[in-house]
Write a protein of this length. Structure first.
Length: 219
């Protein structure tokens, strides 16, 4: 990792914007612009340089030129998606066309800016990208917490939860599972207590967070 590409230390949890462009002047100009609003910035001349650098663990986004030496920006977007690296991407290009833009946006890009672009347009795009990243990180933290709670349930409690979130009453669940209604009530109470919910509506929302495939009753 070169000194030019090294991200400044920054302070606290300030986001880092990764800029990848083989135009040195533009790269440095963007770095100055983004630092002027208090962001950490790491500059790279190619996708390969970024991959060789230490990965930034905190919040951030990627400003990526479409035409790069080696792997193109669009192909790099595909590589990141396959590696489950969900960093919001802002594309920039001097050679943009409609199919290219459509491909980038369908793959999840936040914006697609054609050079030369206004500084404010870039700042607006980065602001939107960082907001998306914060929202995704918050959703990931929530999901991790819910998964931890769900893991505390016994297999039988998970089965009961699946039936409850499908709208079945205790008597119906008892019939499906071959249990007494009082046993179902006990399991249901344990589920509510362990998951920290007070209503079926809350339980359904938690189930939706987990994904319905996790809650199918075992047959």
């Amino acid at each position: 990792m070169t000194s030019q590409s090294r991200a400044p230390a920054g302070t606290g949890d300030a986001p880092t914007v990764l800029v990848v462009d083989d135009d040195t002047d533009l790269r440095e100009s963007l770095g100055s612009l983004l630092r002027s609003i208090g962001l950490n910035v790491a500059l790279f001349g190619s996708a390969a340089e970024l991959l060789a650098a230490d990965r930034v663990a905190g919040p951030g986004c990627l400003v990526l030129d479409v035409r790069l030496p080696g792997v193109s920006g669009l192909d790099f977007q595909t590589q990141l998606a396959r590696a489950a690296i969900n960093l919001p991407i802002i594309f920039m290009t001097g050679h943009g066309d409609v199919p290219m833009t459509v491909r980038a946006m369908k793959a999840g890009a936040v914006d697609f800016l054609t050079k030369p672009f206004r500084e404010q347009d870039m700042l607006d795009a980065v602001t939107a990208a960082l907001a998306r990243d914060r929202a995704q990180r918050e959703a990931d933290r929530e999901l991790e917490g819910v998964r931890g709670l769900y893991a505390s349930l016994t297999p039988r409690e998970r089965e009961v939860m699946g039936f409850v979130t499908r709208g079945l009453m205790n008597k119906q669940i008892a019939g499906e599972m071959g249990l007494s209604e009082i046993t179902v009530k006990i399991h249901r109470g344990n589920v509510m207590r362990k998951l920290g919910v007070r209503s079926v509506a809350d339980l359904v929302r938690m189930a939706e967070t987990l994904g319905s495939q996790r809650l199918e009753p075992e047959r």
